[in-house]
Write a protein that binds this ligand. Structure first.
Ligand SMILES: Cc1cc2nc3c(=O)[nH]c(=O)nc-3n(C[C@H](O)[C@H](O)[C@H](O)COP(=O)(O)OP(=O)(O)OC[C@H]3O[C@@H](n4cnc5c(N)ncnc54)[C@H](O)[C@@H]3O)c2cc1C
Length: 564
């Protein structure tokens, strides 16, 4: 039986507490281990115990899902926690996100429109072997004086109302023990111990499923085509395998992620209404499904049964919560709070942002500061980021095969991500209430703009616009490269506010340029409210791409390119 199915024990049956701590963390996965390290770094005197159900060391590769990082999570691990050396020596650098759309022949990667890059962006990201990383983090916790108890299952939890001591009972080495703590942080992942205890679960209107598995060998994506044009498109560097590779189709995407331990992770993520879970729910079914939708990938996976390390899946993986921080000194982090969607790999981002809020609350509380205003505010900010993120996914999976709409959507989504949440995080403003207050008007406007642009993508996809097969090089778009690079700048408060205002204005211009392109396929009324940034009909940000995005596909027997 999994922890999430286990009833929490009756508190009255628990033995008396044997110690009193500042913080007890329930679950020593990615969220719990990193939170402990962040707390200890910020306030070395903090006494912390982590209770983790699994025995350590855990296995490499076939451990947990969540192997691709993007900028916020990566920056959190390497710079905020100071683990750059581990990443440089023990993990793989990630050559960005790479997408192959559904416009070509699914048996030939070289025939599909590709979006990605062939240079590493200045704000780096990594492919994470989760087992290897969690083993490292657990060792690091022990080195830093954090008590890490593995093979310890939390059995009951008593949350004290105000001022009192929380009590946690756990089973370890055949005995039941209890500890008391001023703070309890739930990092138990999908077991969601506090969420269940306090009935905080909230549904999300995004229904999708995933299955994933690992092979104990590397998959050489760069060998999938011998076409010299395709190799040249990859700068002849044969390094596409270092990207998180997405094969995109109607209502689904398939991932290929390399792991430093030498294994390769493969996954299918699909909209339940287009590809029901029952069609992918076993390894044999997943291969049969690949044969139909992604035959080239199926060909690569077939015959590897001996190399298979695991096969796992999750039905309806998205969920939320009504609260993640409480002034009664409890908090939820990582998947114990909410989880949205893996498409842009934001799991580690939400851990980074959540842990940063929790660290701030605990630090302030331990120096006797009132935390009630901040607790309310951090809940609001967390769920605002969550809801804005949700708009990127809701009803968007059917678009996934469309090269034209998806290329612009990915550009927009990353520009928005680097401008708003990533900027607040990188520039150390995430707990700066004044910065949020000053920026409120611009942030509200950009939130509305984002929703409007996402609606445009859905409307646009409905008319099925097509482009000639092309390569869309993200780092070659100057404004995208600059937005990413700018995350690394050290900015004081006035500089941050000026940068934020300029980038929010840039988003308005970008929305206007996307709207100009959409007008090629949609009536002008469909872009109402988006053309504020379009002063003179000129493309400034997307000028290098306009030709590619307007080139029509060659239709067999219809004449020369461009005449279709
Ligand atoms: C299909 C899919 C793909 C994903 N891809 C990505 C990605 O590419 N990048 C990314 O950043 N994120 C990704 N994620 C999200 C990522 O997996 C999560 O964000 C991350 O694993 C959450 O970490 P966590 O520490 O909250 O939970 P977990 O890693 O699940 O840790 C929870 C820990 O609590 C322990 N535990 C549970 N119950 C108890 C108990 N009663 N007592 C003691 N311990 C307990 C467990 O043993 C576990 O170690 C993906 C998610 C899905 C579903």
């Amino acid at each position: 039986m999994d922890a999430k199915d286990e009833p929490l024990m009756d508190d009255a049956a628990a033995p008396p507490s044997t110690s009193t701590l500042d913080v007890v963390i329930l679950g020593g996965g990615l969220a719990g281990l990193t939170l402990a390290l962040q707390l200890k770094k910020r306030r070395p005197a903090t006494t912390i115990t982590i209770l983790e159900k699994k025995r350590h060391p855990v296995s490499e590769a076939a451990h947990k899902v969540g192997e691709s990082s993007v900028e916020i999570g990566a920056h959190y691990f390497t710079d905020v926690l100071g683990e750059l050396e581990h990443f440089e020596q023990c993990q793989l650098p990630k050559l960005g996100l790479r997408y192959f759309f559904g416009d070509g022949d699914p048996s030939d990667l070289a025939s599909r429109t590709e979006l990605g890059g062939n240079v590493f962006l200045p704000s780096r990201s990594w492919q994470i072997d989760r087992g290897r990383f969690e083993n490292h983090l657990a060792r690091r916790c022990q080195e830093r004086g954090i008590t890490f108890i593995d093979a310890a299952t939390v059995r009951s939890l008593e949350l004290a109302p105000r001022g009192g001591e929380h009590r946690v009972t756990y089973a370890s080495a055949g005995a039941t023990q209890a500890i008391g703590a001023r703070w309890v942080v739930d990092a138990s992942g999908r077991a969601g111990l506090i969420k269940r205890k306090r009935s905080l679960a909230k549904e999300v209107g995004h229904k999708a499923n995933a299955v994933w598995w690992r092979y104990d060998r590397r998959i050489a994506i760069d060998d999938w085509s011998q076409d010299p044009g395709w190799a040249a498109q990859g700068n002849n560097q044969r390094s596409r395998w270092l990207s998180t590779v997405h094969l995109m189709g109607k209502g689904y995407w398939v991932w290929f992620i390399p792991l430093a331990s030498g294994s390769h992770s493969v996954g299918i993520v699909a909209d339940e209404t287009v590809h029901p879970f029952s069609t992918i729910s076993s390894y044999d079914k997943a291969l049969a499904w690949l044969r139909v939708h992604e035959p080239q990938a199926a060909g690569v996976c077939e015959g590897r049964d001996e190399q298979l390390q695991d096969f796992l899946g999750l039905k309806d993986y998205s969920y939320s919560s009504t609260q993640v921080y409480s002034e009664e000194r409890w908090a939820c982090t990582g998947e114990a709070g909410a989880f949205l969607d893996p498409f842009y790999s934001p799991g580690s981002d939400f851990i980074a942002m959540g842990n940063t809020f929790i660290t701030d609350l605990i630090e302030r509380d331990l120096r006797d500061e009132s935390i009630s205003t901040r607790t309310a505010f951090y809940n609001t900010i967390y769920f605002t980021f969550f809801d804005n993120h949700l708009s990127l996914y809701e009803g968007q999976m059917p678009l996934f095969d469309n090269a034209k709409v998806m290329a612009l959507k990915i550009i927009w989504d990353f520009a928005y991500y680097w401008t708003v949440p990533a900027a607040f995080f990188f520039h150390g403003r995430q707990t700066d209430l004044m910065a949020f207050a000053r920026a409120k008007e611009g942030l509200d406007r950009s939130g509305l703009l984002n929703r409007r642009v996402q609606r445009l993508f859905r409307d646009w996809h409905a008319v099925d616009p097509r482009i000639a097969k092309t390569f869309i090089d993200i780092p070659a778009l100057t404004f995208m490269y600059d937005l990413n690079r700018g995350l690394k700048d050290a900015l004081d408060e006035p500089q941050f506010m000026a940068r934020l205002a300029a980038n929010l204005q840039l988003l308005t211009v970008l929305a206007g340029e996307i709207a100009m392109l959409a007008r090629d396929d949609l009536p002008a009324a469909s872009v109402d409210g988006l053309t504020e940034g379009d002063r003179d009909g000129q493309f400034r940000l997307l000028s290098n791409l306009v030709g590619q995005l307007r080139a029509k596909p060659v239709i067999a027997g219809a004449g020369a390119p461009g005449s279709a």
